[in-house]
Write a protein that binds this ligand. Sequence first.
Ligand SMILES: Cc1cc2nc3c(=O)[nH]c(=O)nc-3n(C[C@H](O)[C@H](O)[C@H](O)COP(=O)(O)O)c2cc1C
Ligand code: SF4
Ligand code: SF4
Length: 247
Amino acid sequence: MTGILYFSSTGNSLQIAKSVQARFDGNIVYIPNYDSDGSELEKIFIVTPIYSYGLPTPVFDLLPRLNKDKEIIVIQNYGGMIGGADSLFYEYALQFGLNVKGIYTVKMPENYTLFLVPPKFYTKSILRSSDKRIEKILDMIEKGEYILPKAKSKKKATYLKNKSNWHLIGKRFSVNGSCVKCLKCVNICPSANIALENGEIVFKDKCIACLGCYHRCPQKAIVYLDKKSKYRYVNPNVKESEIGKDF
Ligand SMILES: Cc1cc2nc3c(=O)[nH]c(=O)nc-3n(C[C@H](O)[C@H](O)[C@H](O)COP(=O)(O)O)c2cc1C
Ligand code: SF4
Ligand code: SF4
């Protein structure tokens, strides 16, 4: 069985994982739920967003333990700038002796929107063009046209510095009066960083900056610093409740 391992906080990577499944079959598995090393799988796809020119923490943590004999194909997606994240992924893969056959990138709508609001028409047009790009990538994989980047990223230091500061994002979140204590944020946080304590939602110091809670709170009650933006993003091609599930 093919394993389609994905990480996603706002659904873009899940949409891609579903396209991979439609083409190649296999099981879709949310990486934070996956504690194996891939030995039970015939082939592995990793579908992941790019974070700070690199990898989200759950993907970064997965790589060292993956089985070195399994063929791995990687599809990264990003909102604006790859910044050598494909090279960085490959560099880590080689460091851990992984058998990575191909790494592909696709632009999807931006979800790092704490400071900006992308225009609606732009998001729609990105989604249209990404559909074509995803199919093209799958065609290439089907034909065995594997692509690999050079194995050196110029932005590794920036990535590692940003990664070490991601916990601060959670510390800058707060919950406003619209919160109905539904506990959805507590349940979806991939790093168990949110809790209900003394009747209040609190953020601890293990945030990995996925922004899932921020975008997916049904009340838009999670605010960043004192910003009042009501813009939130969830990929319209997946059901919000499916993000983080296995299929
Ligand atoms: C913490 C964080 C860092 C990000 N860094 C980048 C980046 O370096 N370059 C980029 O183009 N997009 C960046 N993004 C945007 C996401 O890669 C992009 O929106 C992705 O499609 C989200 O996938 P998802 O919906 O599966 O979570 C970042 C998003 C987050 C939350
Ligand atoms: S998801 Fe939103 S409404 Fe629900 S508990 Fe969290 S902050 Fe409150
Ligand atoms: S606190 Fe929010 S942004 Fe931080 S890891 Fe949890 S869900 Fe993601």
